[in-house]
Design a protein around this ligand. Structure first.
Ligand code: HEC
Ligand code: HEC
Length: 466
């Protein structure tokens, strides 16, 4: 009996395999799919691990230096730190620089890779890993990152300790990292670093140093990358893994090194594409949100797409005159800069679709929009309430708590007409967002202004569900 059934089983198996060879067996097909799925899962995990633990950039500073920065902090911070335990000081430092501790090792930060010898190096989460209510969300723009404060503190501490300055310490002296916490001059860093490269990314002397217009940008949410086919606020770059490599363009990385990271960045890309938007954590008024969905369909969906069961995303580029948000980013990246990018290895020497003269900004997908404050590409508006009602946008604002503002939906802020006169220290000034500075204006996108107060309230409720 037993032997019989075994023979029967093998006959069936052989039959299945032969059948599979000729017409594609459903059994083999499902095995192949399982193997593919497994490979994708492994690639995603590898990508995340590379971001957190691989060193794509030169070492920035040692753990011992990081733990010692408090000695150079301005008063009263220094005295406060002096009376704390090393752990207490470390959590003050994490807070000052906008870092979140690693769940498995709170002495380390999610925003920096740390090697076995204790050297810290900036990673993508510095700008693409933020927190809501103190909880880190991967892919969320980091609304607290204070890179300018970090590197200017580092330079001071290293000088006192007689240590050598890192590439980033020096680079941030030439190109400022940002005038307000939570935003960064990342695009200009890219332009400046690219001027030292030929089309194969080999280092060369810059033959043309054009005047550079510094401007701060708020990083976009990574979980929306899967919906896009082109990257950046003006959509000038075709989406693929090579387009991620400019973020590790450092003078210490040769062209050969960067071109050799193609496989690594395929994993990083798989990880970014796998991210899902965070779900709104509080109760939602269903009736109100239902009404808001109607308003959205009439006033917003043509640009921002539809959500729910079968989402659509039109990838609509809105002319700058029509959108009216800050125009500096559009012109600061010149046609010349875009052409240099297009002709380089990053865009496969012109094979990728690079837009040389975009006329405006792409309406972004709004998934997880409740979490990704502040809003607009320059991070000029702290709440969705302000996006929907341009008259309510504060001229100057300062974050007052890490908690989420559930009424206005976004950052909890204090509002000002100008930066208070008694705020003198540069690190303190960077806690304020001043929309009167060029590149930081909060104008435009007035589509919500024409709505009634009740419609805006309903819309706000609906936006929480995306
Ligand atoms: C210093 C801050 C900073 C760091 C570090 C950083 N980014 Fe970004 N990233 C930005 C900003 C700002 C933008 C938006 C630029 C724009 O739209 O012009 C951006 C945009 C992107 C986009 C396009 C997203 C979209 O929807 O258009 C991707 C993808 C991306 N970054 C990947 C990375 C990767 C991968 C790393 C690490 C290797 C990284 N970034 C490190 C600031 C940063
Ligand atoms: C004509 C096209 C258009 C219409 C209509 C429109 N938007 Fe937008 N929206 C945009 C563009 C373009 C941006 C990016 C602007 C920028 O960052 O400078 C944007 C940005 C936003 C943002 C900020 C996104 C972020 O990640 O910072 C929100 C929120 C938003 N829109 C909501 C709405 C709502 C709600 C409506 C309906 C009342 C609406 N929009 C109508 C084009 C549009």
């Amino acid at each position: 009996m037993h032997a019989d059934s075994t023979i029967r089983f093998f006959r069936l198996l052989i039959f299945a395999i032969m059948f599979g060879w000729s017409v594609g067996s459903p059994i083999l097909e499902s095995q192949r799919l399982l193997a593919d799925e497994q490979a994708v899962r492994e690639s995603i995990a590898k990508g995340r691990d590379l971001i957190l633990n691989y060193r794509f950039l030169p070492r920035d500073f040692h753990q011992a230096t990081f733990d010692d920065t408090w000695q150079d902090w301005p008063e009263p911070l220094r005295s406060q730190a002096e009376h704390l335990s090393p752990e207490g000081r470390r959590s003050m430092a994490l807070k000052r620089y906008g870092f979140t501790p690693r769940p498995d090792d709170p002495t380390k930060s999610m925003q920096f890779s740390v090697d076995a010898e204790g050297w810290w190096t900036m990673n993508c989460f510095s700008c693409h890993g933020g927190a809501v209510n103190g909880k880190m969300i991967e892919g969320l723009p980091n609304a607290q990152i204070a890179l300018e404060t970090l590197y200017s503190d580092m330079r001071q501490t290293k000088r006192r300790r007689g240590e050598t300055l890192s590439q980033m310490d020096l680079g941030s002296m030439a190109v400022p990292m940002g005038t307000s916490n939570g935003t960064s001059n990342a695009v200009v860093f890219g332009i400046a670093l690219m001027s030292f490269r030929d089309k194969d990314l080999n280092l060369k002397l810059p033959f043309r140093m054009l005047p550079i217009i510094h401007h701060d940008m708020d990083a976009p949410a990574w979980w929306n990358v899967s919906k896009r086919d082109r990257l950046y606020i003006d959509g000038f770059v075709q989406k693929n893994h090579r387009a991620l490599i400019p973020f590790v363009m450092d003078q210490m990385n040769s062209g050969e090194t960067m071109r050799g990271w193609e496989d690594e960045f395929k994993h990083v890309f798989a990880y970014i594409e796998s991210l899902e938007p965070p779900v709104y954590p509080n109760a939602i008024n269903d009736q109100l949100s239902h009404e808001g969905a109607e308003v959205f369909a009439h006033h917003c969906a043509a640009c921002h797409g539809t959500y729910g069961q079968e989402p659509t995303y039109p990838s609509r580029l809105v002319p700058i005159k029509k959108i009216g948000t800050d125009p500096v980013r559009l012109t600061a990246l010149t046609e010349y800069d875009r052409r240099v990018y297009r002709d380089s290895w990053f865009a496969s020497y012109g094979a990728d679709a690079t837009v040389l003269t975009p006329q405006g900004y792409l309406a972004p997908p709004l998934d997880g929009i409740w979490a990704s404050a502040p809003y607009f590409h320059n991070g000029s508006v702290p709440t969705i309430e302000g996006v929907l009602d341009s008259k309510s946008r504060p001229v100057v604002w300062k974050r007052i708590a890490t908690s989420h503002d559930v009424h206005r939906v976004g950052l909890s802020v204090d509002k000002f007409e100008s930066i208070p006169g008694n705020v003198k220290r540069p690190d303190e000034k960077r806690e304020y967002f001043d929309s009167t500075i060029p590149g930081k204006s909060n104008t435009g996108h007035t589509f919500g202004d024409e709505l009634s107060k009740a419609q805006r309230a309903a819309l706000l409720e609906y936006l929480k569900t995306l």
